[in-house]
Design a protein around this ligand. Structure first.
Ligand code: DOR
Ligand code: ZN
Length: 344
């Protein structure tokens, strides 16, 4: 039985780092395991321009503890009035790696997002021309659509028509949660890929209500039925080059999660690789973990693979109930034991 596994250092293709004191608190967890990350722009106010992204990148690098290495890959938050020229300059100058589509009102700090996809069609055309990746939060926001159906309805109403119209556009369908999304991505052309979070591989929607309401299992898109979790596991571990690691680690202070209106987001950065590799082991797919974690993402984005390595050991990790610090963050798997540990 393999006792350790050494792979190329992974990247996180979907991450919330926040700003200020929270940024300082959470960045070391990601920088410890990952070489690079696609950094989400949903700050308040959001990161909408090349200049915003450059300034945010500087704040991230300033918050990085000495001796740690980490490259933030910046994204711009699309709005109804995004300037395609600014995006293209940002991309050309290496400031912006991707742009993020939040349907207005879909999730945390998405109020300034896009109200109708028609409003950004010119921007998407320009992105397709220059090869800039579109990252998508793929849920419709209509109050009359059941929350568990919002991803599937988004595919029919928004994503499929956009991809049909702009087949050259590179699209990452982020944090997919349904079999519908798996089937859509598998059936789409080579310019469409998906990220998958650890929580959507581990939990189904029962976890949110097990023994009472559990805000630490609540994120958006919300976890779905078991059949969807199983489809995600098969896709992530099945060897498709279209599936890659994106944690969607989304820290909120404990009081903001454990409240009458608890924030969406699961903070999984501290034990992200341990969490993912446990899934690959359970699925008998340890030999496919490196491609998912370290190869498929950079290949899709057209970036070099990392040259250094990380090692995971089959020695087990006891995940604490809470991480100390002013924000009292609750990590994913709090109070549980994972069968793997990060050996550096
Ligand atoms: O659960 C989530 N939390 N989903 C998102 O899309 C945003 C994120 C956040 O920023 O907290
Ligand atoms: Zn996210």
């Amino acid at each position: 039985m393999t006792e350790t596994i050494t792979i190329r250092r992974p990247d996180d293709w979907h991450l919330h780092l926040r700003d200020g004191a929270m940024l300082e608190a959470v960045l070391p967890y990601t920088a410890r395991q990952f070489a690079r990350a696609i950094v989400m722009p949903n700050l308040a106010p959001p990161v909408t321009t090349m200049a915003d992204a450059a300034a945010y990148r500087d704040r991230i690098l300033a918050a990085l503890p000495e001796g740690m290495h980490f490259t933030p890959l910046m994204t711009a938050y699309l709005t109804d009035t995004t300037d395609a020229g600014d995006l293209a300059r940002g991309h050309g100058e290496g400031v912006l790696t991707a742009a993020k589509l939040y349907p207005a009102g879909a999730t945390t700090n998405s109020a300034s997002g896009v109200t109708d996809i028609a409003n950004i069609m010119g921007v998407l055309e320009r992105m397709a021309e220059i090869g800039m990746v579109l990252c998508v939060h793929g849920e419709v926001t209509d109050g009359d659509i059941d929350i568990f159906d919002r991803e599937a309805v988004f595919i029919d109403r928004v994503l499929a028509p956009v991809i049909e119209r702009l087949p050259e556009l590179k699209v990452v369908y982020e944090h997919i949660t349904t079999r519908d999304a798996v089937q859509f991505v598998e059936g789409a052309g080579p310019n469409v890929a998906a990220t998958i979070t650890p929580q959507h591989l581990h939990i189904n929607r029962n976890a949110i209500f097990a023994g009472g309401i559990n805000p630490h299992a609540y994120c958006l898109p919300v976890a779905k039925r078991e059949e969807h979790r199983l489809a995600l596991r098969a896709f992530a571990t099945g060897g498709s080059a279209k599936a890659f690691l994106g944690t969607d680690s989304a820290p909120h202070a404990r009081h903001a999660k454990e409240s009458a209106c608890g924030c969406a987001g699961i903070f999984n950065a501290p034990y992200a690789l341990e969490s993912y590799i446990a899934v690959f082991e359970e699925e008998g797919a340890l030999d496919r973990f490196e491609a998912f974690a370290s190869e498929n993402g950079p290949r899709f984005y057209g970036l070099p693979l990392n040259e250094d390595t990380v090692t995971l050991a089959r020695s087990g990790t006891d995940v604490p109930e809470r991480l100390d610090g002013e924000h009292e963050l609750t990590p994913f798997h709090a109070g549980q034991r994972i069968g793997w540990s990060f050996a550096g």
